[in-house]
Design a binder for this molecule. Structure first.
Ligand code: NAG
Ligand code: NAG
Ligand code: NAG
Ligand code: NAG
Ligand code: NAG
Length: 184
């Protein structure tokens, strides 16, 4: 992948933060829905992930918020489904790209969803200081996790134990070099 190598040449050692995060709106996507899709406004990446168990469907419902991450030309694409039903997920966007949207689909009779991600990159930007969170929370607990200031979401792990029907999430985030909020 020569494109990637050229891309990496542009990595410099100066970091700056992104713009302030907008709070989630508690839209509780998924409630009674077969599928769910959330995509950030153009140039944004997912910055807040909020989830709780729905009393109605006994499934997790979700809300997301985004923060401004890129300006100018960006290259985005959807992945295919990254998991089969009742399977764990260990996903990261392709190198030097970050998560700007999610989609999932319920597959009856399984009480589970297959997930897809929307990844975006800008050729003049790369990422460093990548890290995974611990598990954000217990299986059925509410959580609201915000990508740390100056970092951007690039990956997700879903631990899935089908016997006890447990699901727990971890997220991966990176810092951006150079800051992509300016045009190049
Ligand atoms: C489920 O019920 C609890 C207690 O009544 C409430 O606090 C919570 O917001 C409800 N969850 C949803 C997703 O509506
Ligand atoms: C960007 O474009 C290239 C080639 O057109 C493609 O292979 C790559 O997957 C794209 N990256 C993303 C994150 O969409
Ligand atoms: C997830 O995938 C990454 C890269 O392939 C690997 O380093 C990591 O150990 C995996 N984590 C888990 C919990 O499987
Ligand atoms: C990476 O994340 C872990 C928690 O998941 C934290 O303990 C550690 O300090 C982080 N490392 C860096 C370099 O930020
Ligand atoms: C995880 O759940 C506990 C107990 O419900 C709550 O106090 C905590 O804020 C949650 N963590 C996150 C990251 O939302």
């Amino acid at each position: 992948m020569p494109g990637l190598k050229i891309h990496l040449l542009f990595c410099v050692l100066l970091a700056r933060g992104g713009s302030p995060t907008e709070g989630p709106e508690k839209r509780w996507l998924v409630d009674n829905m077969k599928s769910m899709r959330y995509v950030c406004p153009r140039g944004g990446s997912v910055s807040v992930i909020t989830s709780q168990l729905s009393n109605k469907t006994k499934e997790r419902v979700w809300d997301f918020a985004c923060k401004a991450s890129f300006r100018g030309f960006i290259n985005c694409s959807w992945t295919d489904y990254v998991n089969s039903v009742d399977e764990s997920i260990n996903f990261s966007c392709p190198p030097e790209s970050l998560i700007s949207g999610v989609e999932n689909l319920r597959v009856p009779p399984h009480k589970d969803r297959r997930w897809k991600f929307y990844c975006c990159e800008k050729w003049s930007v790369c990422y460093t200081k990548c890290n995974w969170t611990q598990y954000i929370n217990e299986s059925n607990e509410y959580f609201s996790w915000q990508v740390p200031e100056g970092f951007y979401l690039v990956g997700a792990i879903r631990y899935h134990d089908n016997v006890v029907n447990k699901r727990r999430w971890q997220y991966r985030y990176c810092a951006m070099f150079p800051v992509a909020l300016t045009d190049y």
